[in-house]
Design a protein around this ligand. Structure first.
Ligand code: NAP
Length: 254
């Protein structure tokens, strides 16, 4: 439900956290929420409420959108590696005078027994791969170019079907959440030597790391890019509070 007094919020999504925030907002009549998706996945998990799909046309386009749709607040709940939209949101909100919050899921924490090798880029991950080796590549379908031309054997798992750009590979198109026992079985079945992943965080894809730890396998982990400047929270309840709806506390915070 929306009305003249409602706060109109734009959630930049494409993540589980963005869907959860939209779900929480849907129960609050004073919040009028629009979720925005880039349109990269064929069957995205649909948040409740209004949804728009596709790019805005850079920071200028997003600024125009904010003005034309009278957006009061923006929550950037995009993926930790979605750098361009984060930068655009910063610039657009600054120009349009719209308060902006970054909702960024917490990173995974290294546990005893983890054999993580942290690197700064996918290109560096590709350079650090042993040869010969059997590699579990758990990255986005648009990240695979960094590994093209390599001769190792790859098990490639992406949400979207990927361009088959690797010479020796088995291809899986699957969306989490994944279970530890299945991840263990997958790593064993394909006799994986090394796992490659981005430091995305989140529960849905964590079991592969627990499985690698259990099997004593090294993990090449691409570090996160730094988040854009400005206010940042790591959970949906805090983002809801920022939008002015903290169940346990009175008043709003900006
Ligand atoms: P990106 O490089 O930061 O953004 C590229 C362009 O895509 C942006 O400039 C913008 O186009 C458009 N865009 C991105 N997110 C959008 C959104 N939520 N709504 C409308 N337009 C959006 O982003 P990316 O890394 O390609 O990720 C695209 C989407 O997939 C994001 O929504 C992100 O949350 C999700 N995702 C990304 C990853 C990842 O590993 N990067 C993983 C899982 C999910 P315009 O400039 O035309 O506005």
């Amino acid at each position: 439900m929306s009305g003249d007094l409602a706060i109109r919020a734009l959630i930049l999504g494409g993540t589980t956290e963005a869907v959860r925030l939209a779900q929480a907002c849907a129960a609050i009549p004073e919040l009028d929420v629009i979720s925005s998706l880039a349109g990269r996945t064929r069957a995205p998990v649909a948040p409740p409420g209004a949804v728009r799909i596709g790019g805005f046309g850079g920071a200028d386009g997003l600024e125009r959108y904010l003005r034309e749709h009278a957006i009061d607040r923006l929550v950037d709940a995009t993926h930790p590696f979605a750098v361009r939209i984060g930068r655009n949101a910063l610039l657009a909100c600054r120009a349009a005078g719209v308060p902006r919050l970054r909702l960024l899921r917490p990173p995974w924490q290294r546990q005893p027994g983890d054999r993580w090798i942290e690197v700064d880029s996918l290109a560096e991950a590709a350079r650090r791969l042993p040869q010969p080796a059997r590699i579990f590549l758990s990255v986005g379908h648009s990240d695979l170019g960094a590994f093209a031309g390599l001769q190792q054997w790859f098990l490639v798992r992406t949400i979207e079907p990927a361009d088959r750009c690797l010479a020796n590979a088995r291809w899986l198109a699957e969306r989490g959440p994944f279970r530890l026992e299945d991840e263990l079985a997958l790593l064993r079945e394909h006799r994986v030597d090394v796992l490659v992943t981005k430091a995305s965080g989140g529960e849905a894809t964590y079991p592969k790391l627990a499985a690698a730890r259990q099997l004593g396998l090294p993990v090449i982990m691409v570090r996160r890019p730094p988040p854009p400047e400005g206010p940042l929270v790591d959970n949906v309840a805090a983002a809801l509070a920022w939008l002015g709806h903290r169940p346990t506390l009175a008043g709003r915070s900006t």
